[in-house]
Ligand binder design. Structure first.
Ligand SMILES: O=C(O)C(=O)C[C@]1(C(=O)O)C=C[C@@H](O)C=C1
Length: 292
């Protein structure tokens, strides 16, 4: 008798290659390894595309870091998705991961003076900028798509090092030369979990949304922000990103209290719609700090 086809587990796309901090966040969040298949993508944009096109069930992307700020490729790609395919992608949860950066090197590199190039993700460089100025001012910085890609390259190229996670030492031929080189020891990155269906309300939620307005009208931003004051929704984050529609035109990306399914959030979104050119909701998720 032919074997029954076994149901494939849900897939989770993450910024790869394996050994990135996003990989660690995905492993921690989807803690039961046999219930999910983790799939490495080469860029943050590719993770979002996979969720958008339904080739993966979930996606995990870095959103912001406590010392380096917002992860702009994530903001821009989420914005593009919301504008091109409104409602296709939802942020359904957040996850916080402490980030400890290591200087990673091959076994044959013995003094810092011999380092010619340092590979890392732009956020890795930003989190270690003081350390780099002090210890490797002479080395060229080469930005790559992730800290695990950096480790992979440092393993292959003599004279180079990487800034990244200790986890890469089990995957690539690099060792931890120096641990904890981040400028702030309480360095934390917040990640978003993406899915095609919205998340259910919990006891305390936050909503991430965007709007744009007439930049030539005095007080238009004030009017938009006033909708949150009137609706008693606290704001926890605000960014501006270029709209790419015309020069010097921006989208505002805002995180506020509440779940989009609640009347109080819907009322604020309706108020925004009456004063803004465009408004969109990117998702609602628990405001709980889940940290390991
Ligand atoms: O390069 C990685 O390892 C990533 O997972 C990306 C990323 C980021 O974009 O912030 C994630 C966590 C750290 O803040 C550094 C880099």
């Amino acid at each position: 008798m032919a074997d029954e086809p076994t149901a494939k587990p849900p897939t989770v796309a993450f910024l790869g290659p394996p050994g990135s901090f996003t990989h660690k966040a995905a492993l921690n969040y989807f803690a039961n390894p046999s219930a999910h298949e983790l799939v490495a993508e080469t860029t943050i944009e590719a993770v979002v595309t996979a969720v958008e096109q339904g080739t993966t069930t979930f996606g995990v992307v870095p959103f912001e870091n406590s010392s380096a700020g917002s992860v702009q490729p994530t903001l821009d790609r989420l914005l593009l998705s919301a504008r091109t395919f409104p409602g296709r992608i939802h942020i359904i949860d957040q996850y916080y991961l402490p980030i400890h950066q290591c200087l990673l090197a091959r076994d044959d590199l013995l003094t810092l003076a011999d380092v010619t190039q340092v590979y890392s993700h732009p956020m890795g460089f930003s989190q270690c900028s003081q350390w780099l100025l002090q210890h490797l001012p002479h080395a060229e910085r080469v930005e790559v798509t992730s800290t695990s890609k950096a480790a992979e390259l440092a393993a292959l190229n003599p004279g180079t090092v990487a800034i990244g996670s200790q986890a890469t030492t089990q995957l690539y031929k690099v060792r931890v030369w120096l641990p904890n080189i981040e400028d702030q020891s309480d360095n934390v990155t917040r990640f978003f979990v993406l899915h095609q269906s919205p998340g259910r309300p919990t006891a305390e939620d936050r909503t991430y949304l965007y709007f744009t307005l007439d930049h030539s009208k005095p007080g238009s931003l004030c009017q938009a922000l006033d909708a949150f004051r009137v609706g008693h929704l606290n704001l926890s984050k605000i960014d501006t990103r270029p709209s790419h529609l015309q020069p010097w035109h921006f989208y505002f990306m805002v995180e506020c209290d509440g779940h989009y399914s609640q009347a109080r959030v819907k009322a604020v979104v309706a108020a925004l719609q009456s004063v803004c050119e465009k408004v969109g909701v990117l998702g609602s998720y628990s405001s709980l700090w889940r940290l390991t």
